[in-house]
Design a protein around this ligand. Structure first.
Ligand code: HMG
Ligand code: MG
Length: 301
């Protein structure tokens, strides 16, 4: 039997959140629907954060209520506090994502509080999510480096992972917010996180591709036993509070890699290439996906 890898498509949230020009709600809805139709079992669709902090995500409720739900697809949303959770619940999110950091400086810049304060803020969110029967995911920013503090100690990542596990997180994202990590470092961090939870079912790799290391890092994480990865169609994205960080690893590139590894994702690469071409045109920029560009050119030939 072919081994399965879960790809979480984060383009509608992580991919679009940093776009300067407001992307219309109809385009966002269309993007989520197209991605679900291509076979993604998990799409990160919106963020219920302060619109003053991230204006692009201000229409989360309209996106979540406007999409056509595909049975079986998990629609995830980011929530920083109870206010965000209430909005997520009202919008029928399937999974809420609390997002902390392994770096104090990044925590302050991104969510305006210390790591310890963020955990206190997440406590009621986690309890309410469990009570409502929603899935809970915890994202650890700066797991492989911080734009303000530099290197992140492995122990700081494990510490936040343990706190998230105590809150009841079903999944933990080891996130390379600024895409600085390299394969050996990924393996060091994952081996340590693997001491406190199961890498095969509970941990995901969330790699940005700023330094071109994301595919190598995914391969390194696969070797450690990780089977969940985040990616963004056309490689869209960047974090507004991580200057210079580019998008997530492109979904098309990840699918091309997984297909080559003989791993099953349940997703049609060809359909994702078309979505990548479409969304790039909609927001007026060239795709960042190498595989996406090559396959699109091949189709035209
Ligand atoms: P704050 O200013 O400390 O909080 O922000 P506040 O409670 O004083 O609220 C400020 C204003 O925001 C108030 O409005 C609140 O009502 C409003 P005002 O009274 O001034 O008109 N507000 C909200 N509005 C809508 N939804 C809410 C909400 N909460 C408060 N949930 C806060 C603290 C956490 C709210 C803020 O810092 C924030 O929203 N930060 C989000 C930053 C963000 O979204 N960053 C990008 C996502 S993380 C990421 O990309 C990393 C990831 O991909 C992994 C990786 O790669 O590392 C996940
Ligand atoms: Mg990210």
């Amino acid at each position: 039997m072919t081994e399965h890898v879960k790809i979480v498509e984060v383009g509608p949230r992580d991919g679009l959140q940093n776009e300067k020009q407001f992307v219309g709600t109809a385009v966002k809805i269309d993007l989520v629907n197209r991605l679900a139709s291509a076979g993604f079992a998990n799409v990160e669709a919106a963020a219920f954060v302060s619109p003053k902090w991230v204006p692009q995500m201000a229409d989360g409720t309209d996106v979540m209520t406007g999409i056509t739900r595909r049975p079986g697809t998990i629609y995830s949303v980011l929530v920083p506090n109870m206010r965000g959770f209430e909005a997520a619940l009202a919008a029928h999110a399937d999974e809420v994502v609390i997002f902390g950091a392994a770096s104090e400086a990044f925590s302050q810049r991104n969510i305006n509080c210390s790591i310890a304060e963020s955990i206190e803020r997440f406590e009621p969110v986690a309890a309410a999510a469990k009570q409502a029967g929603l899935r809970l995911r915890g994202s650890i920013s700066c797991s492989l480096g911080c734009p303000y503090q530099g290197e992140t100690p492995v122990s700081a990542v494990v510490d936040v992972a343990e706190r998230f596990l105590r809150l009841g997180c079903d999944e933990i994202d080891v996130a390379d917010t600024i895409g600085v990590g390299t394969a050996a470092q990924v393996q060091r961090v994952l081996k340590a996180v693997g001491q406190v939870t199961d890498l095969g079912t509970r941990v995901s790799g969330h790699f940005h591709d700023t330094y071109g290391q994301a595919l190598a890092n995914i391969l390194a994480a696969l070797e450690c036993g990780v089977r969940i990865f985040h990616s963004s169609v056309a490689g869209l994205g960047g974090c507004p509070y991580a200057k210079g960080a580019t998008g997530n690893v492109a979904t098309e590139d990840v699918l091309y890699l997984m297909n080559g590894q003989g791993l099953d994702t349940g997703i049609e690469l060809d359909a994702v290439v078309d979505i990548g071409q479409w969304i790039s045109q909609e927001i007026g920029r060239a795709t960042s996906s190498r595989a996406g560009r090559a396959l699109a050119l091949k189709k035209q030939a």
